[in-house]
Design a protein around this ligand. Structure first.
Ligand SMILES: NC(=O)c1ccc[n+]([C@@H]2O[C@H](COP(=O)([O-])OP(=O)(O)OC[C@H]3O[C@@H](n4cnc5c(N)ncnc54)[C@H](O)[C@@H]3O)[C@@H](O)[C@H]2O)c1
Length: 327
């Protein structure tokens, strides 16, 4: 039985607590939040051991194997690094952090401590994403669109420091899924867009083209101008010679077109949370490699950062070469 502690007992803290309860071989035992009532309320739902506002209590609790970090983005780096230093494995909600420096500091702490850290990119576990990857293992072009309805100006995810805005906060999912489908890293990005209406200085909408290794093109449309009624919030197309897939309806419907065959329509469900938790817990239980590590988190942050920079500076920005410079 893997025992975990949670910091951040809000919406995603609840989601992961429920997922662990379903797995059977893991449980969330300790609950920390700056809001004591939130920690207590969630603790009670699964008959947890204790609720606290003191994060150090989790760190010194020798019975805990792992910490789940489900707080606002500006606290991820500090909480991940302290967890690693206390010898705890970490599952951290996306994005890993909002700056490259913070992502690298997390990576350094993970390596020093020899612990496992997984960024939570749930979309890698969506049924139809996995099916699309199977049908087109070597894509030529991928288009990814994630367009939401207008985010409230005062929501925390829209604040530059706490959340980073839509392109950092949700664009990290989109960028990760582009990389996942391409099966290689982005070399550079060219984007148009920026801050169209946000009263605070956060980029709100952009169109970007990533040049991936092997010449693969990946486009990204990301923002909160409006959720398109026909396609829904998530929309992706993947192309290879004589075959394409189109995913829409929150990635729960996929149309497959293959030369010489009738178009096939596949239906799936919005999976992800349970499967990413299973992957994390299995890796801990078997001392195996994780399917994602801090480098995936770092790229999930670096790709939207460079896309925003490209849009604002009107020039192509490097990605992969920056990574080797940072090493
Ligand atoms: N994977 C997904 O699909 C998905 C969806 C939504 C949110 N998220 C991510 O989950 C994380 C949390 O988002 P949420 O929607 O659950 O937010 P939320 O506001 O519902 O919950 C955050 C909780 O963290 C607590 N908190 C904040 N700072 C803290 C600190 N320093 N120490 C202890 N507790 C602290 C708050 O009091 C709150 O209870 C974010 O990283 C967000 O991007 C992921």
């Amino acid at each position: 039985m893997i025992k975990a502690g949670l910091v951040g007992c809000g919406s995603l803290g609840r989601t992961h607590t429920k997922a662990l309860a379903k797995l059977g071989d893991a449980r969330m035992a300790a609950f920390c939040d700056i809001n004591e009532d939130a920690a207590k309320a969630l603790c009670e739902t699964v008959d947890g051991e204790y609720a606290t506002t003191d994060f150090d209590r989790l760190l010194v609790d020798e019975s805990l194997d792992a910490i789940y970090v489900c707080t606002l983005h500006d606290s991820h780096a500090d909480l991940c690094i302290r967890s690693a230093e206390a010898g705890k494995h970490v599952l951290v909600e996306k994005p890993l952090a909002l700056t490259v420096e913070d992502c690298l500091a997390i990576g350094a702490a993970v390596k020093r401590a020899g612990i496992k850290l997984m960024p939570a990119f749930k979309m890698r576990y969506y049924e139809l994403i996995l099916k699309a990857r199977e049908i087109i293992p070597e894509p030529l072009m991928i288009t990814m669109q994630m367009m939401d309805n207008r985010w409230a100006d005062d929501m925390w995810a829209n604040q530059p420091e706490q959340g980073g805005g839509n392109i950092m906060s949700q664009g990290c999912h989109s960028c990760d899924i582009l990389r996942f489908m391409a099966r290689c890293d982005p070399l550079a990005v060219t984007a148009v867009g920026g801050n169209y209406y946000q009263p605070i200085a956060t980029a709100d909408n952009l169109c970007a083209v990533f040049e991936f290794e092997r010449g693969i093109a990946g486009s990204l449309v990301q923002g909160d101008a409006s959720c398109p009624p026909l396609l829904g919030k998530f929309y992706m197309q993947v192309f290879a010679e004589n075959v394409s897939v189109t995913l829409h309806n929150r990635f729960c419907t996929m149309n497959v077109a293959e030369k010489g065959k009738d178009v096939e329509v596949l239906e799936g469900t919005e999976t992800g949370f349970l499967e990413e938790n299973r992957a994390f817990i299995d890796a801990l239980a078997n001392d195996a490699d994780l399917p994602m590590d801090y480098v995936d988190g770092l790229l999930g942050t670096l790709m939207p950062i460079q896309a925003i920079a490209s849009a604002l500076d009107h020039e192509t920005k490097p990605i992969k070469s920056l990574l080797s410079d940072l090493d």
